[in-house]
Write a protein that binds this ligand. Structure first.
Ligand code: HEC
Length: 115
């Protein structure tokens, strides 16, 4: 009787130790994984260059029109980006995340593309 209780306790302790071990590994591994997934800090201009610069280089005309002084509201600009226009295909969150879209706004403001 006493022997089986002891064995039970040992099993219980084993499970506990395992949980603590897994917890420790997860706690230490998680921030590193998050850091690896995080994009390096980029300026609003760099975000624009990557998402829009191919067609609006520096906000100027190429495949797309010059967007200087387009003077859109943030809402209008977001709609243009997410829904596209006649000839501009929608830019999905996979290509430009919502936080990146927001972080890019100061650059669009500097072009007076948004006010
Ligand atoms: C693959 C090319 C391409 C990319 C990438 C692109 N655009 Fe465009 N964009 C266009 C074209 C083409 C037009 C003209 C659309 C039309 O006439 O229907 C346009 C039009 C626009 C307009 C004017 C729309 C209007 O109704 O006045 C704005 C503003 C704009 N783009 C902003 C952006 C922003 C901001 C990005 C990046 C998030 C971007 N575009 C990425 C091709 C692109």
């Amino acid at each position: 009787m006493a022997k089986s209780a002891k064995r039970e306790w040992a099993a219980c302790f084993g499970v506990l130790a395992l949980l603590v071990g897994v917890g420790t590994v997860t706690t230490f591994a998680a921030p590193r994984r998050a850091q690896a997934q995080q994009q390096p800090a980029r300026t609003p201009e760099q975000i624009f260059n990557r998402a829009c610069g191919r067609c609006h280089p520096g906000g100027g005309e190429d495949i797309g029109p010059d967007i200087h002084n387009a003077n859109k509201t943030v809402e209008q600009m977001t709609t243009i980006i997410r829904n596209g226009t006649k000839r501009m295909r929608p830019i999905t969150p996979a290509r430009l995340s919502d936080p990146d879209l927001e972080a890019m706004l100061p650059y669009l403001r500097s072009l007076h593309a948004v006010h």
